[in-house]
Design a binder for this molecule. Structure first.
Ligand code: ADP
Length: 392
């Protein structure tokens, strides 16, 4: 079976092709700046990378160009588009409709569309990717894998806000949680590594967006993002947790518009707002150069993670492993060290040399004698999507 995984964003499209059942990635790539006359396709087969600059007016044109790369010329991987058996789509919001992957039909599409209101930045672009793939791969089965699905196992006392019940019952205002595909993937890897399917895990996804999850027996029990991906940890450009009155103060006395508040919280806050850069590599360099703003920003970032570790150790009534993943979690030893500081009470002790060492794949960076493992596990959302498609 050939499984083609698509992650369709507002102006970009990421893809990866897998051969099944050996989980072999055949190629991967990215179409950037869709809608401009200067779009770029980066297409990677094994170690070889090709770059193509061309006009890509639409998602359809972008995916058409990718299909040509897959099926035309000497490097072709497939004889024709009909060789794709399944297309797996990343869809950000599955609301309360989807607790797992779904075979896409008219009803599933209608439900994804109904969720545009809850995920206006993401679901429309994901939906567009589905419609384009249906046209370009008419013989394939299309599957949707939702970022929220893994967190549908949260108990009601964890996902409800203390707002009047009608706002939940009628408007579906509750915690949904996001990054579920990544949390699910690394939690599965960790449980397999520990040889304990019932492991109590705290998974920490630190990329541009950041979130944590409390996972036991492969089920998400709580997570730090909420109604939207704005809640929880300090992120690259998002504020994370905030007293809601701050918004009222901005909108009232300070005269901000809704639009300005949204831009402020989503695009100008987090590490960018605190330290002047959303990239933790810049913040690390500034810190090394003695920048006090960078030092404080990192303290705030790590303190918030430590608070959630404490909270989730309580949710899980103990802890078997802490898992770091995504761009920052996999690469930034300083962030990991700060996030694990002063947590000996919970049995967490980092091994400084193992934390600093770089190696591919899963790594245990905890002190050998510590009660709780600390793991670094590279996430692979595309592979998790392909696995869920295959299982379905
Ligand atoms: P996304 O959330 O966009 O999928 P990633 O998981 O790729 O993001 O993470 C991107 C972030 O990872 C970057 O903004 C950068 O701050 C961070 N990052 C990547 N490499 C490193 C590194 N070597 N050291 C520290 N941070 C890194």
């Amino acid at each position: 079976m050939n499984i083609f995984v698509v992650n369709s964003g507002s102006s970009s499209l990421k893809y990866q092709l897998f051969r099944w059942p050996d989980e072999q990635p055949l190629c991967s790539g990215l179409v950037e700046r869709i809608g401009s006359a200067q779009a770029e396709i980066t297409h990677q087969v094994g170690p070889a990378e090709q770059r193509h600059a061309l006009a890509v007016p639409s998602h359809e044109a972008g995916l058409r160009a990718v299909v040509r790369l897959l099926t035309d010329g000497p490097g072709a991987l497939l004889p024709d588009p009909a060789a794709v058996d399944v297309v797996g789509h990343r869809v950000v919001h599955g609301g309360e409709f989807f607790g797992g992957p779904a075979l896409i039909d008219a009803a599933v599409k209608a439900e994804i569309k109904e969720l545009f209101g809850l995920a206006p930045l993401h679901n429309p672009a994901n939906y567009q990717g589905i419609e384009v793939a249906e046209r370009l791969f008419p013989g394939a089965r299309q599957v949707a894998v939702f970022d929220t699905a893994f967190h549908q196992t949260l108990p009601e006392y964890a996902f409800r806000y203390a707002l009047p019940t009608a706002l939940y019952a009628e408007q579906r205002i509750r915690k949904y949680g996001f990054h579920g595909t990544s949390h699910q993937y690394v939690a599965g890897q960790a449980a397999a590594h520990l040889g304990n399917p019932d492991a109590r895990l705290i998974t920490i996804h630190l990329g541009n967006g950041c979130s944590m999850a409390a996972v036991r027996g492969g089920r998400s029990l709580d997570t730090s993002m909420g109604f939207s991906p704005l809640a929880g940890l300090v992120m690259g450009t998002r504020s994370g947790d905030l007293d809601p009155s701050v918004l009222l103060h901005l909108l009232g006395p300070l005269g901000y518009t809704m639009e300005q508040v949204s831009t402020l919280l989503n695009k100008e806050s987090g590490m960018l707002g605190l330290a002047g850069s959303n990239d933790l590599r810049d913040v690390g360099r500034a810190l090394a150069a003695g920048d006090a703003r960078a030092a404080l920003a990192l303290d705030i970032y790590a303190y918030r993670i430590r608070q959630y570790i404490g909270a989730y150790a309580a949710v899980l009534n103990g802890l078997d492993a802490l898992v770091f993943t995504a761009g920052v979690g996999e690469n930034d030893a300083l962030v990991r060290a700060r996030a694990c500081q002063n947590l000996e009470f919970f049995g967490l002790e980092l091994d400084a040399a193992r934390n600093e060492a770089r190696a591919p794949g899963l790594r245990d960076i905890s002190h050998p004698a510590a009660r709780v493992r600390i793991l670094v596990i590279p996430t692979n959302e595309e592979l998790e999507i392909a696995r869920q498609c295959a299982a379905l």
